[in-house]
Design a protein around this ligand. Structure first.
Ligand code: ATP
Length: 250
């Protein structure tokens, strides 16, 4: 069982503090947390601080991790210029930092992940010859193949069609539940956040505005203040909450 908590976390770009004072409740094994907020709010910056790519004040407290490097990170920019096939790139991600001997288990796991993400048919295509959505799926596979206990995904579904979005979010939710992973997903689609997340963390102007149950956090008031939109949260016939946007607020 792994647990993650941010305590007064901030992050610098150069000498400037872009994210400040983020203190979250304890995030636990099996949870999926949607990180939402406007453009340039600091979501990617916060992720980079959690992974250690960026420095800053405060503590990223991880309890109960099985290994030293428990964090997997899928960056927002999934462009690739390495001359590798999809399969090679996933195998390379699997073996990074380990011995180069490839076991049957490694190969089986690669097949499993590729099947789950529906990318088996492009296994031997060059990375440079993929569509934006295909690249995004390969990038998810590269992060998952390392079996992280905490997975940070920066807008993993932004280039995917609706079917693939639901497939990927559903798959990540199952991964969180069955493997006891903590999954943090930066995402702009608030309806997908409402549908899949156990918790929603709102970042605005480099600060945490709220963190809690989706229904408590995604409110008309928050949407007006943080996103400057007039919106209602209404239940559909299946009793799921949906954001219905009426227009922009000034
Ligand atoms: N490498 C960098 N150097 C300097 N400033 C940066 C750098 N990367 C990001 N920033 C700044 O940090 C702030 C937060 O950016 P960040 O990418 O974290 O936002 P975001 O919430 O992920 O936005 P988006 O939803 O648009 O992806 C922005 O003002 C941005 O200009």
């Amino acid at each position: 069982m792994v647990a993650l908590q941010l305590q007064s976390v901030g992050a610098y770009h150069g000498r400037k503090l872009f994210v400040e004072g983020v203190t979250t409740p304890m995030m636990k094994s099996g949870e999926m947390i949607a990180v939402i907020g406007p453009n340039a709010a600091g979501k990617s910056t916060l992720f980079k601080r959690i992974t250690g790519i960026l420095k800053g004040p405060g503590s990223v407290v991880i309890d109960g991790a099985r290994r030293g490097n428990a964090i997997g990170y899928m960056p927002q920019d999934t462009s690739a210029n390495a001359v590798l096939t999809v399969y090679e790139s996933i195998l390379l991600a699997r073996k990074q930092g380990q011995s180069w001997a490839v076991s049957d288990g490694d190969l089986r796991f690669i097949d499993e992940i590729m099947k789950a993400l529906n990318i088996t048919s492009i296994a031997f295509r060059d990375l440079g010859a993929l569509s934006g959505g295909q690249r995004q799926l390969v990038s998810i596979a590269q992060a998952l193949i390392r079996e992280p206990e905490i997975m940070l995904m920066d807008e993993p579904t932004s280039a995917l069609d609706l079917h693939r979005q639901v497939e990927v979010l559903d798959f990540m939710q199952r991964q969180a539940r069955t493997k006891g992973m903590i999954v943090l997903i930066a995402i702009h689609d608030l309806n997908q956040a409402l549908r899949f997340a156990d918790k929603v963390l709102v970042i605005a102007n480099g600060r945490m505005r709220a963190c809690g149950k989706p229904r408590d956090v995604v409110t008309a008031e928050m949407l007006r203040e943080v996103y400057k939109i007039h919106a209602r949260i209404e239940k559909c016939s299946l009793d799921h909450d949906h954001v219905i946007v009426d227009g922009t607020a000034h």
